[in-house]
Write a protein that binds this ligand. Structure first.
Ligand SMILES: C[S@@+](CC[C@H](N)C(=O)[O-])C[C@H]1O[C@@H](n2cnc3c(N)ncnc32)[C@H](O)[C@@H]1O
Length: 318
């Protein structure tokens, strides 16, 4: 078995800098990548099991039912690269179908990633697994020296691309394009536009897992930035914004209050929100146009129950 873990987190004070900049902005916001401390990773997995959150189960069912056609469209691949792999639960099916010689998984939650990725090396003899703890928004290119030469497939499931605005998505997909190389491909899953009521239920599950995930961000800031947020004075607030075709997640202040974060005082008005995440929803043609702007050409598309997976090949050289 071949497994290695690399921690490529740079010694920067990103959390402090990003959080203070976000809290000084109008409206206040914090990048969603900071959800994923140890509890945040566990809460995300719990969200995926909620009856209202159908996205993960639908993507799994789509991949399971269409895998022969997807694998045939992809063809022979030497290396699969998955940014934001999390619990590495989705890539197993692809490994079984494609049998690449290398898997490279990247995640900001490095320790959880390493624990999830090592069993993949046990279960797939002949597969070299490289797990890299990194913030791929900052450092994607730092993964390149650890990727074998040959035909590469970037796998980006879970509609994580929806966390970015369309322009940000184009910029990220251009970087995926460069990482994939001249014979590379991209297999990407994204949530489709649908009845806002369905979306509203998905992000407001009855068991309160999405609320706990959102509020856990404040607990993290209390622990890591010596902040004094009272999580009972904030409420999870998620709604569909039809003008931007996205679910927005916020934490709304239930009182006028002043909070200390990393020695800075931050004022919240009653009802003011801290914007924590967007989850954009697409039509298939809208998404393929975004990928096209990043130099990818649509090579295959599979759809089921409001979720889509597209395969793209390298188009123009960037
Ligand atoms: C919504 S979860 C999706 C997990 C998995 N890919 C799936 O489809 O179920 C997002 C994952 O991306 C990781 N992540 C978010 N932002 C990241 C960043 N900037 N760099 C590296 N990993 C990131 C999180 O830690 C988390 O594991």
């Amino acid at each position: 078995m071949s497994f290695r873990f690399l921690d490529l987190h740079h010694q920067r004070d990103d959390l402090r800098t990003d959080v203070l900049a976000g809290l000084a902005a109008h409206p206040k916001s914090i990048p969603p990548k900071y959800f994923y401390d140890e509890s945040g990773c566990q809460l995300f997995e719990a969200i995926c099991r909620q009856p209202e959150y159908t996205l993960t189960r639908t993507e799994h069912a789509l991949m399971a039912s269409r895998m022969p056609g997807i694998a045939a469209a992809i063809g022979a691949v030497d290396c699969v690269i998955e940014p934001g792999a999390g619990d590495c639960g989705k890539v197993r099916m692809l490994l079984d179908a494609l049998r690449p010689s290398q898997l490279v998984v990247l995640d900001i939650a490095g320790r959880a990633l390493a624990a999830a990725a090592e069993p993949l090396a046990h279960d797939h003899p002949g597969l070299a697994v490289t797990a890299i703890g990194m913030d791929f928004i900052h450092d994607l290119e730092a993964a390149l020296p650890y990727v074998l030469a040959g035909r590469r497939l970037i796998y980006y499931p879970g509609s994580s691309i929806g966390n970015f605005s369309p322009d940000e998505a184009v910029a990220l997909l251009k970087r995926f394009h460069r990482l994939a190389g001249s014979s590379g491909q991209l297999l990407i899953g994204f949530d489709l536009k649908k009845d806002p009521e369905h979306l509203h239920r998905a992000y407001n599950d009855a068991a309160g897992m999405t609320a706990a995930f959102n509020l856990n961000l404040l607990v993290r800031l209390n622990r890591e930035l010596d902040a004094d947020f009272d999580p009972t004075l904030f409420r999870h607030y998620a709604f569909y914004n039809p003008w931007h075709s996205r679910i927005e997640m916020h934490l709304v202040s239930l009182a006028e209050q002043t909070v200390t974060v990393a020695n800075q005082r931050v004022h919240f008005d009653l009802g003011e929100t801290l914007h924590t995440e967007n989850s954009c929803k697409f039509r298939c043609d809208e998404f393929s146009a975004i990928a096209e702007r990043a130099g990818w050409h649509l090579a295959g598309e599979w759809e089921r129950d409001g979720f889509a997976v597209q395969l793209h090949g390298v188009g123009v050289n960037l």
